[in-house]
Design a protein around this ligand. Structure first.
Ligand code: NAP
Length: 293
């Protein structure tokens, strides 16, 4: 069994991006600039946004944070998005999710200029992803693809089972794994809360991608011998072993599944670090006008 080291891979990609940014500066090009909008005081969202700002700094990007209280109106928020859309010095814009209930998330996503939508959530960019056209791929699925590539994991003709169908992980990764491309060319089955015989379907997987949001959902008896297991889940659970009294676990029971599979991503240090790196990659693409001229 081989552990897929997302932390090391992310560090490698970050240094490649940093090198590219230094070269851009050398030839007089503008430094890539990512703007983030953060609404309210959700601690998890604050942690994610500060992680993104820190990563921007590490690779030499400029980052700007636009913070607003949870009671900002939808109209006001759209005005802010519009203001950033028109700012030529900003290449990429992300709106940290989730948003307060009174704001329609789809309306906000659709208000982002697709050329700055480095989260890859705008319907136009999702459509381009489906058609295999140049676009910004959503960060977590893009991170998973980069892990397959960097570890030279064969995907053609494999049975890939995706657990979960969320807009940010399950649905896009299922589309990407079925595309006529590498990584891809898989026969994909998507499972969700209405799926029957889920365990049996999982046992048919050569590649199992778990994005279900339940700690330790995938057990060894659900995994085929030598399968590739990608664990997207992140959960903070109580622990008697750590000093803090908490530890991070995934959707997969790592201890038992790792004994049976050929490759596995750990939690933490697997898919998580690759998500931020993908956002950096998309921002670099935006600055270099690789997707929208
Ligand atoms: P989500 O929006 O909660 O979606 C969960 C999906 O799993 C839904 O499609 C749901 O089905 C399905 N599901 C839930 N319980 C099920 C069950 N018992 N049997 C079968 N299907 C079930 O989750 P998400 O946003 O995709 O996130 C999934 C996990 O990944 C979470 O732990 C999240 O924290 C983590 N995550 C990690 C990263 C990262 O960077 N590593 C990024 C994003 C998310 P229905 O559609 O039928 O409800």
């Amino acid at each position: 069994m081989k552990i897929i080291d997302g932390k090391a891979t992310a560090a490698e990609i970050k240094s490649e991006i940093a090198k590219e940014v230094a070269e851009m500066i050398d030839i007089g090009k503008d430094v890539p600039h990512l703007a983030a909008i953060l609404i309210g005081n959700d601690p998890a969202s604050q942690t994610y946004v500060s992680g993104k700002e820190k990563s921007c700094k590490e690779v030499g990007f400029i980052s700007s944070l636009y913070k607003f209280p949870a009671d900002i109106s939808e109209k006001e928020l759209i005005k802010v998005v519009d203001f950033i859309n028109k700012d030529d010095e900003i290449n990429g814009l992300i709106v940290q999710l989730p948003l307060p209930d009174h704001i329609n998330v789809n309306k906000i996503i659709e208000s982002i200029d697709p050329s700055k939508d480095v989260d890859g959530f705008h319907p136009l960019n999702v459509g381009k992803m489906v058609l295999n056209l140049p676009t910004y791929l959503p960060a977590t699925p893009y991170g998973i693809l980069q892990l397959f590539e960097r570890y030279n994991i064969e995907t053609v003709g494999k049975n890939c089972v995706v657990l979960g169908r969320s807009n940010i992980v399950g649905t896009p990764i299922s589309i990407l794994m079925s595309r006529k491309a590498y990584p891809g060319n898989c026969t994909v089955t998507v499972c969700h809360s209405k799926t029957k015989n889920l365990e049996k379907i999982c046992r048919s997987a050569d590649i199992l991608i778990a994005a279900i949001g339940t700690p330790g959902f995938v057990t060894a008896d659900m995994v085929k011998k030598d399968a590739v297991v990608i664990d997207v889940g992140i959960h903070r659970v109580k622990s008697t072993v750590t000093k803090s009294g908490y530890k991070l676990v995934g959707d997969v029971k790592f201890d038992e599944v790792s004994k049976k599979c050929s490759y596995i991503t750990p939690v933490p240090g697997g898919v998580g670090p690759m998500t931020i790196v993908s956002l950096l990659r998309n921002t670099l693409k935006a600055a270099k006008k690789e997707v929208y001229k």
